[in-house]
Design a protein around this ligand. Structure first.
Ligand code: UDP
Ligand code: MG
Length: 321
């Protein structure tokens, strides 16, 4: 709408070592665009430092269709930053983000666009029947949402992923956020606008392996929680109070034993155990504070959150000054 190029739909696809998926994804997307009779579109692949032939595959597509674009990062910056870069550069009146591995079925794009045409400003998707997702992934996702929803002010609906349509107005709103630790899943529900959910069944990854190792997933969860909430800081106070109370009760008990009984205080073991225990708790609490402090530190440096090595689009955001 404000976009001078009048592109109706942008597709933003974070791509990290997805050489086996790029071609297939593109052809599936094209089928849907034809069906929707959308002729002004752009498909933006964000090559997040792939070490395989993903970029060559994307360039091959671009040779056939100039609506295909790419942003090549100088190294791997991570999925969330790739998404942000895509939003910063997309020019469409609506922008859909989806994974490159075909787990986010392109066929759903048709329903998303329909809802958008009926007035929805955010169409987010909820993963339903998870038979194609491994047990471990299922359990870890459950644990994440359980924890995130207890610890943060804004509930994040279970099963929501970074597969969504955003109206231009919402994209422009997100571009004004200068957070270096962006967590879109926690941010978008707080923005307001007319948000509509769409349920889907995830497909199996078409080719290649999941890029999320256990370590990365854990990092993602901690980052997600501490990006959208300061509640863990309060949690640390309560935990500290609770253990101080326990120590007080135990102290009373020790005095009682010493004064009113003649049972010798054999307490060396329990003393060491409790010192270690309290020490551990303190370490956790300092860690929680440290995470927030670290975020402030990174934010205060105002570094760019991603670096582009080569691209076929120019940014419309003030990201790179
Ligand atoms: N991805 C990325 N950078 C990364 C990790 C992943 O751009 O550091 C992309 C990846 O290519 C895919 C999407 O993010 O398009 C989701 O990754 P993946 O399928 O590995 O995650 P999962 O589906 O297992 O949660
Ligand atoms: Mg995947």
């Amino acid at each position: 709408m404000s976009s001078p190029s009048q592109i109706e739909l942008s597709l933003v696809i974070p791509t990290f070592n997805e050489e086996g998926n790029v071609q297939r994804l593109y052809s599936e997307i094209l089928v849907v665009l034809k069906q929707l009779q959308i002729s002004t579109y752009e498909v933006i692949f964000i090559d997040d430092g792939s070490s395989d032939h993903s970029l060559q595959r994307i360039e091959q597509l671009r040779a056939q269709d100039t609506n295909v674009h790419f942003l090549q990062f100088s190294r791997n910056f991570g999925h969330q930053h790739a998404l942000k870069a895509g939003l910063d550069h997309a020019r469409g009146a609506a922008v859909i983000s989806l994974d490159a591995d075909l787990q986010h079925p392109p066929a759903l794009i048709a329903d998303m666009v329909q809802l958008w045409r009926q007035g929805a400003e955010v169409v987010y998707t909820r993963r339903k029947d998870k038979q194609n997702v491994g047990l471990f992934k299922k359990l870890s996702a459950k644990a994440f949402y359980w924890l995130a929803n207890r610890l943060s002010e804004v509930p994040i609906e279970e099963g929501t992923a970074d597969f969504r349509l955003l109206d231009r107005k919402v994209v422009d709103a997100i571009k004004t956020f200068k957070e270096s630790h962006l967590f879109l899943r926690g941010l978008i529900p707080t923005l307001g606008f007319k948000q509509v959910a769409l349920d889907y069944e995830p497909a199996a990854r078409f080719s290649g392996q999941s890029k999320y190792s256990l370590g990365k997933m854990f990092h993602f969860a901690i980052n997600g929680i501490t990006s959208s909430s300061a509640k863990p800081l309060y949690f640390s106070i309560y935990l500290g109070l609770f253990f101080a109370f326990l120590a007080f009760v135990y102290g009373c008990y020790a005095i009682y034993i010493a004064v009113f009984t003649n049972a010798a205080i054999t307490g060396w073991t329990s003393l060491i155990a409790s010192v270690l225990f309290i020490g551990g708790i303190q370490m956790i609490l300092i860690g929680i504070v440290g995470i927030y402090l670290g975020k402030l530190f990174v934010q205060s440096k105002q570094r760019p959150t991603y670096i582009i090595k080569s691209e076929t689009l120019t940014s419309t955001a003030s990201h790179e000054a």
